[in-house]
Design a protein. Structure first.
Length: 79
């Protein structure tokens, strides 16, 4: 069972590091200047990395949202 705990800790650290990278590089001035629905979607994407749900929240296509998030808001895709 110890192996499962170690793997779980690794995944938790991985997701926390990815969130920190997205937070660090995001253009917060751009994000805060957006309408409430889009701002909430961008903030959700920064926190979770889930661009599909964020695109649905913004009522945008996935490609359109990812382009906006990456190139206008500066949020990197972290794998």
């Amino acid at each position: 069972m110890e192996g499962v705990g170690a793997k779980l800790r690794w995944w938790i650290e991985y997701f926390e590091e990815a969130r920190e990278i997205r937070r660090r590089y995001a253009d917060w001035e751009f994000i805060k200047s957006q309408p409430p629905k889009l701002r909430a979607a961008l903030e959700y994407f920064v926190e979770t990395g889930d661009f599909r749900t964020a695109a649905a929240m913004a009522e945008m296509g996935v490609d359109e949202f990812v382009d906006l998030a990456r190139y206008r808001a500066g949020v990197p895709l972290v794998y």
